[in-house]
Every structure is written in structure tokens, then in C-alpha cells.
Ligand binder design. Sequence first.
Ligand code: TRP
Length: 437
Amino acid sequence: MGAIAATVGSAVGLGNIWRFPYEAGVHGGGAFLLVYVACVLLMGIPVIVAEFVIGRSTHKNVRGALRELAPRHKLHWFSYVCILASLMIISFYSVVCGWIVEYLQLSVRGLLHGHTPAEYEQMFADFVQNPWRCVLWTLLFLALNYVVLRRGLKRGIERVSNVLMPLLAVLLVVFCVNGLTLPGAERGVRFLFTPDFSQITPRVAIGAMGQAFFSLSLGLSCLLTYASYFKDSDSLVRNATIVGVLDTVVAILAGLMIFPAVFSYGMRPEAGPKLIFEVLPAIFEQMPGGPVWAVLLFALLFVASITSTISMSEISIAFFSEEWGMSRNRASILNTGIAMVLGTLCALSFGVLSEATVFGMTLFELFDYVSSNVLLPVGGIFFSLLVGWVLDRGLVRDQLTNHGTRTVRVMRPLVFCLRYVAPAAIVVIFLYGLLWR
Ligand code: TRP
């Protein structure tokens, strides 16, 4: 139970509640959701199983696991891709965590109350352009993340989140019910659930695939590391299905919380990363007891995000300490130091550095795009091919059936998916994106 809860804690985070609605909004709603769900089923859950097999059979970090499982193939270079991507992700992710901290303190101080939707839009714009406040909250968040890592508070946080994550789910349901009573709510529901097939463009497919990997914490050996703590009696296929389904349910609930309000208040679904920060305050405004809901939601989002940043940090900390022989504390300092430097640059991307672009993207957008849409799916190809083709068949079967003590009915389709479907689908989406941009 503990290991599974931690894995769900890693997967459920701002990816579901902040990134999913904004990506779905930018990419046309229903068309995006359709491709997203297909990606979770055909690539997501199989690749989760692949990471689980590698992690639990070796009980090691990514580099150690690759050395042990494929000694002749020198595949452990891939661990550098994982470290690089995890540092990029934590850098822009902690900026958004900083926004959550800002909104949490605003709501605690009662300042998220009594304004019009237009004023809330302005409020967010003023905030992200303020270099000091954004950077301050980002650094503060990373410092807190460091304290948790360093003090070994991880267990404690996980125990707390075992109670708070179900509470977050309940809260989301309350918000959804509230959203559905808004005038014009059905337009939001239609936006999310009615796919317009002509809208499935290469951009939408790449965005949905990247979102699926991001939201499932997949492709960077994060789940591999967590699975190295699983018990031999845990069912890998069942655990992977639970993680995949719960994570998707939370994302859809977040969509149902946001889109009815977006349409009801005449806001724009394609607002991008700022979407939930403009919509949520407007929602609280209209709810009875709004200021209390606001504090509750931002507090729970804060907990959800710290369980995710801990899991991201764990990738490089395990590597620095096990491979470079650093103490855990030094490894945590190195991880936090890099994240603080890059995080500061990402935090400034909305203000003073908004003109500093590469390929037309600010650093925040570049890190987000390259890690989620490129590196994570590449990791997906890597892990599915490794388990599908390179690993010993008997080892994979032993892991899936717990040494023959469980019958796994989906074994054949699963292995088929890992060998052909998942890698081919990722390649097809990449090519589609490159050739028809
Ligand atoms: N899945 C998390 C979320 O939805 C983010 C996350 C945590 C992540 N660990 C990761 C993303 C590892 C990619 C890789 O918020």
C-alpha cells in the first residue's frame, strides 16, 4: 500500500490540475482528450509496467539497473538523459509551485476575494511580471523541497499525503458539481468531451503524448526508482493500471472543474499556463464559502506538488549518491542548487526574460516542451524496447506473474504492446509532428 500510494503521489500533481487543462484548452479540448486517453492506454500503462519490471527486478537506481540487466549493451548512458530531463522539469515545475504558494498566501490573507474575472487576469499578469516575488517563491519552494529531502521527511510527507490526496479528489468532485451548475456549463462539458476529429493535428498528437508521459511521471526512471521499493508480492500490472486510471480520473476532474467555468465566464480556454490561475479565483468568487474553498484547494495543490517534486529530485539524488559516491545531503544540495539557478531563469521568463527566446520559446516553455514532448517519449521508447526485446523473457514473465504465483491474463497483449505498439506509436507521432508541422 505504501509504495503504491507514493507512486500515485508522484504521478498526481500539477501535471493533472495545472498542465492538463491548459494543454487541453490550447489543443481544442475533445480531440486532445481522445488522443490523450489513447496514449495512456497504449503507451502509458505498458511503459509504467516496463519501468516497474526494471526497478523491481534489480532494486537499483536507473544506472545500476541498466548495468545489471544489459551488461553487454552499455545502455547506462541513458541515465544521463534521465538526469538532464529531471533537472529541466524540476526547474520549470518549481516556478508553478511558486505560483501555488503565492495564491495560497493570497487566499489565506483573504486577498483572493471581491474582484471581477478581468481583475484576476490582471492580478496574475502583474504577479508573473514581478521579478522578485516569482523568484522568491520559487526559491522558497525549492528550499522546502530540500529540507524534506535532506531530513528524510519523505516518509512523513507520504503518510500525510495518503490522507490529503483522497481529500483532494473529494474537493475536485465538489468543484465539478459546482461547475456543472453554472449557466452555460454544458458548453465547457461539450468542449472537453466532444472530439472534433478534424482537429487531431500533429501538434495536438505530440501535445497529448507529452502530457500523458508528464502526468504519469513516465520515461525518466522515476517510476523505476519507486518500483525498486515494491514488494515481491505486489502485482505490477495491477499497480500500473491503478496509477494510470487514478491519474487520468484526476486530470478529467480537473478539466470538469475548469472548462464549464471558462465558458460560463466568457474566458478563453487557450490562455496557456496561466489558465487555472485566472479561472480558479473567478470560481471561488461565485461559490458559497469561496475563500475557504480557495485556501483548501491551494493547500492541497501544494501537497500534491511537493510529492511530485520529491520524486523528480529522487532521480538525480539516487544517481549522484550511488554513482558519484556523494553523501545524500551533498547530492540534495547539488540537485537543489542546479534547480535554483535554472528555476530562477524560468521564473523570470514571464517578466524580464520574456524576450530571451530560443526557437521562439522562453526558457520556461523550452524546458517544458523539450522535456515533456521529446525526452519523456524517447524514454518511453527506450524502456519499452528494453523490456520488450532486450531483457530475458523468463525474467519479464517472472516479474509479471510474481514467479508464477499469479496468472496475468493480459501478458501477451502487454508484451506485444511493449515490443511493437508503444514504440511504433511514439515514432509515428514524432514523424507526424516533424513532417507535417
Ligand atoms: N507526474 C507529475 C505531475 O503530474 C510530475 C512528475 C513527477 C514527473 N515526477 C516526474 C514528470 C517524472 C516527469 C517525470 O505533476
